[in-house]
Design a binder for this molecule. Structure first.
Ligand SMILES: Nc1ncnc2c1ncn2[C@@H]1O[C@H](COP(=O)(O)OP(=O)(O)O)[C@@H](O)[C@H]1O
Ligand SMILES: [Mg+2]
Length: 370
């Protein structure tokens, strides 16, 4: 990093402001329920003047606090059972990371406690949540960047895979978590380049294929400072495109496999590759292979190619294709350029792209029985 480069620093939970109407829309509740919930839940929401009228001003973190507390209060059965998703397609550029970010955001708005894991050494998800994996401790000191913006650890540091990864040297779990939207929004286990050695370590270890699944299962039984997943409802892994030992290990750990595909390109091959990995596991006798869901992305209305690809997928995978598609929209690219990294769902709540993303998420939840 050059000395004259400026460094954007995320202020966690303060990405954007919403007024009551938008909050009502994003949480699918009425204006009066928003107001009532604020007082029932004892939330501290600022007000600002608009002419002579005062109005409530919600920051990003407030939105998630309201969503989570409201769901917690209305839940009949407070027992949690963590559901794990892997998002994968061997092809790059199909929208895995973009979808993961919006999916996690929408699940958070539905009141779920979400943990997203950037399992790609190229760390685009980490970047999409507003963190810069290039900032090391030295750069942070030089530019006066707060310590919590430095990515010191990644998911691999939670595993026992000697000689590179040892739990005795594992970071304290709560200290490695990033909370881009505050305490109640989705939490993130970030990634940086050094995650690339994880696949190699998994490959060399005789128990490599099962180590992630077993670590998670153990942590659910006996939470500790090293790994405590007991508060989460949903965990999502965003993966690197190529098929590595990490992908095998994450398939073993996951309940559901989301396969995003580009509908404007030849997409059938990517789907069959993702399903082959699953079938290979099943043929080796693995019982819990993840249930696949295919999500059509970058749908262009009026492009015959897109509807042809969609129909083909629907014919081949009738029960696994999510019937709602995600349109191609500049909003997705804009949301990446914005230095504050606000997800489309929050930056453009009334856009058609956001309604597609909500509909896809709702269909996935339904298909998964969540
Ligand atoms: N629905 C969409 N409409 C337009 N562009 C999209 C859409 N989904 C993803 N993109 C763009 O496609 C590019 C690749 O997306 P990304 O999520 O990084 O893919 P992957 O993780 O599969 O490599 C990004 O520039 C992203 O903005
Ligand atoms: Mg990606």
């Amino acid at each position: 990093m050059e000395n004259n480069d400026s460094v954007d620093v995320l202020q966690e939970g303060l990405q954007t402001i919403h007024y009551t109407g938008q909050v009502a829309k994003l949480l699918s509740i009425s204006h009066s329920t928003v107001k009532k919930s604020i007082s029932d839940l004892g939330l501290d929401i600022e007000t600002s003047m608009c002419g002579t009228v005062s109005r409530r001003t919600f920051c990003t973190k407030d939105l998630f606090e309201l969503a989570v507390k409201k769901r917690d209060k209305s839940r009949k059965d407070p027992a949690k059972k963590l559901k794990i998703f892997i998002v994968w397609n061997e092809k790059g550029g199909v929208g895995k990371s973009s979808f993961t970010r919006e999916f996690a955001t929408i699940l958070g708005l539905k009141g779920f406690r979400v943990l997203v894991v950037d399992a790609d050494p190229q760390n685009s998800l980490t970047t999409m949540f507003g963190y810069n994996a290039e900032i090391d401790e030295e750069i942070a000191r030089e530019y006066g960047i707060p310590d919590n913006m430095v990515i010191k650890n990644h998911f691999g540091n939670l595993l026992e895979l000697p000689p590179l990864f040892r739990r005795s040297k594992a970071p304290i779990f709560s200290e490695m978590l990033k909370k881009p939207f505050g305490e109640y929004g989705p939490h993130l286990i970030p990634s940086n380049e050094s995650l690339s050695s994880l696949s190699y370590s998994l490959e060399k270890d005789p128990y490599g294929a099962t180590v992630i699944g077993n670590t998670i299962r153990r942590a659910l039984k006996t939470p500790s400072d090293d790994l405590d997943l007991s508060d989460y409802d949903i965990m999502i892994f965003d993966c690197n495109p190529s098929k590595t030992a990490l992908i095998d290990a994450l398939y073993y750990a996951s309940d559901f496999l989301v396969i995003p595909v580009r509908l404007d390109a030849l997409s059938v091959k990517g789907v069959s590759q993702a399903l082959d990995v699953r079938d290979a596991m099943a043929s080796k006798g693995v019982e819990n292979v993840p249930y696949p869901l295919i999500v059509g992305n970058m749908y262009k209305a009026g492009a015959a190619r897109c509807s042809r690809n969609y129909s083909r997928l629907a014919e081949m995978y009738p029960s696994n294709l999510v019937s709602q598609t995600i349109r191609e929209s500049e909003d997705m690219n804009k949301a990446l350029e914005d230095s504050l990294r606000v997800p489309v769902t929050l930056a453009a709540p009334s856009s058609k792209l956001t309604s597609d993303l909500f509909a896809v998420t709702e269909e996935i939840l339904k298909k998964c029985g969540i």
